[in-house]
Design a protein around this ligand. Structure first.
Ligand code: SAM
Length: 263
């Protein structure tokens, strides 16, 4: 039994996604490690490393679908460790209060707790409140493993464009399409059988993890997503092969980094 997301109406999708992440919030970090054998950490390091936060001075960042704060923590650590920057800040925004609560708990153990460097805000990536998130506010917008859960990707991109300053960067880390067919077949086998099984054994929740696998399947290919980013108004380099910086595959395309710059 799974959610069969292909057939559910879009407004139902939003509440289903909310339930999925409420039910996995407390086990989310452990599950991430188990499912990816820790590899998500390497991808997140590469993602944040490629953005070089703090290299050109303190940045105002927003991390959408920020969940338990994995990306925010890496941004702040990178800026501090590489550039002695304690002024870069991240607004961690997520639609799910349970995920944010886990993130808040985690940041309590860090030096960023109770500083202006981090804030946790509940909001929908597709519809950020204008008073809270005014136009032209951020230097960097990140979204990691989050955009595929949103009902409308164009709405997310439109909001990203709105809140970024001109010259600001949109950066997305997401599961994508594996390029090598043999590797793709092995990966499909792994994701369709092993991940829901791990979900049921480790988190007692097969359906939620089944949903995660299906949402990966449905997400647009690298060039199609690059096109959507360009359609939202961003400058995107090397649209058709990704070589100009539109995207960078990680592990043959299991995951992928897409970037665009607000003109
Ligand atoms: N970025 C974190 C990471 O990489 O570990 C969390 C990723 S988690 C797979 C996806 C997150 O997207 C969940 O925390 C979920 O609540 C959030 N989410 C789903 N739909 C959203 C929306 N429309 N707006 C904001 N966040 C959303």
């Amino acid at each position: 039994t799974h959610f069969g997301f292909q057939t559910v109406p879009e407004d139902t999708k939003e509440s289903l996604v909310k339930n999925v992440f409420s039910s996995v919030a407390s086990s989310y970090d452990v599950m991430n490690d188990a499912m990816s054998l820790g590899v998500h950490r390497l991808w997140k390091d590469e993602f944040v490393g490629s953005l070089k936060p703090g290299a050109k001075g303190p940045m105002r960042c927003i991390d959408l679908a920020g969940g338990t704060g994995d990306i925010a923590l890496r941004i702040l650590d990178y800026a501090r460790e590489k550039h002695y920057d304690r002024e870069t800040s991240v607004d961690v925004v997520d639609i799910n209060p349970e995920m944010l609560k886990e993130g808040f708990k985690r940041f309590k153990q860090t030096m960023y707790h109770n500083t202006p460097q981090v804030r946790f805000i509940e909001s929908n990536a597709q519809d950020l409140h204008k008073e809270q998130f005014p136009d032209n506010t951020y230097d960097l917008y990140t979204i990691a493993f989050g955009i595929r859960n949103c009902t409308s990707i164009p709405d997310v991109l439109k909001e990203a464009y709105r809140v970024l300053k001109p010259g600001g960067t949109f950066a997305c880390l997401e599961f994508s399409k594996v390029e090598n067919p043999l590797f793709g077949a092995i990966y499909d086998q792994y994701s369709f059988s092993v991940i829901p099984m791990l979900g049921s054994i480790l988190a007692g929740d097969r359906d939620s993890y089944q949903y995660l696998v299906e949402s990966i399947r449905k997400f647009p290919s690298q060039p199609d997503f690059a096109q959507m980013i360009a359609d939202a108004g961003f400058a995107v380099g090397g649209m058709h092969d990704g070589k100009g910086g539109a995207w960078t595959n990680l592990w043959n395309g299991i995951a992928c980094i897409h970037k665009g710059v607000k003109l």
